[in-house]
Design a protein around this ligand. Structure first.
Ligand SMILES: [Zn+2]
Length: 289
């Protein structure tokens, strides 16, 4: 359910930030020491004084929410509908009556603050790549590009890898500069078992895996009209790639240098998918604090 109270009351919004940020007690953002005392408030935000270094700080100090034109409740609304409802920046701008630039900068500041997914594989793993239209600034909708051949980073169709771990159920979406053996090996590097089973299509960029003792590669050749041979397929990747396209679609024209933050946000969206509204919002806050 929509955590409405957090979007209408700034003090309810501040309460939530306190809950998440100071879960393990208040700590000075400058010197990391914890003997702090309450020191009044800054507007509705609690202010504290560090007994070690003498700095005063409030709930928002040294977070992405500090020194912002947006109130916390506007921030929360923006983050929430961006992640959960896949709302476009134009639509958020209209709902909040803010400028497009303000909303876009906040969304991107949030997304950049997220950690890149750390890939740990147990396998078997499917890996595949898609090419997304980037940098077209809304002039052209992203289209299925497979039929139009492979793209390139320089040609504004950067490759994006999808990985699907069939054991853990984890999915990863990672943009790359190129599709080559070393990039692929790096993506697959962190795995529990000594020998990782990897399913790919017949694209030759995956050929080096055949020579590598760390992997058992099995593949289907799509060109032969073959899409699956028992367990050997990349269908999970392909359906995840189509979710990725849908995610990027309202933000069409995301430039390639911003693809990484938008895809980190997509990763987060999946993690909070089934959580109730208030939990989802807490989870999203925790991810940037
Ligand atoms: Zn301090």
């Amino acid at each position: 359910m929509f955590p409405i109270s957090r979007f209408v009351s700034e003090s309810a919004a501040a309460d939530l930030l306190q809950q998440v940020r100071w879960r393990d007690g208040v700590e000075c953002p400058r010197c990391r020491s914890d003997p702090t005392v309450r020191n009044g408030s800054y507007r509705v935000y609690q202010r504290d004084l560090c007994k070690n270094c003498g700095r005063t700080f409030n709930d928002k100090t040294d977070t992405i929410f500090a020194h912002s034109k947006l109130s916390l409740k506007e921030w929360y609304f923006t983050i929430y509908v961006f992640l959960r409802v896949n709302t476009s920046i134009q639509q958020i701008e209209a709902e909040l009556d803010l400028s497009y630039r303000t909303v876009r900068r906040r969304v991107e500041r949030f997304a950049r603050a997220l950690d890149a997914p750390s890939i740990t594989l147990s396998g078997p793993v499917e890996i595949d790549e898609v090419y997304v239209s980037a940098g077209l600034k809304g002039r052209e909708r992203d289209q299925e590009s497979r039929s139009r051949g492979r793209g390139s980073y320089d040609g504004d169709k950067p490759p994006v890898f999808t990985l699907a771990d069939r054991d853990s159920g984890d999915r990863y979406v990672v943009p790359a500069k190129s599709v080559d053996g070393s990039t692929i090996r790096l993506l697959l590097a962190d795995h529990d078992e000594e020998l990782l089973t990897v399913y790919t299509d017949g694209f030759r960029a995956y050929d080096p895996l055949d020579e590598d003792d760390a992997f058992t590669r099995k593949y289907v050749v799509h060109g032969d009209g073959e899409y699956a041979d028992g367990d050997i397929h990349v269908n999970t990747c392909e359906s995840h790639a189509s979710l990725t396209r849908r995610w990027l679609s309202p933000h069409r024209g995301v430039s390639k240098d911003k693809l990484t933050p938008y895809l980190k946000a997509f990763q987060l969206r999946r993690e909070l998918y089934r959580k109730p509204g208030d939990e989802a919002l807490k989870y999203a806050l925790d991810a940037v604090l």
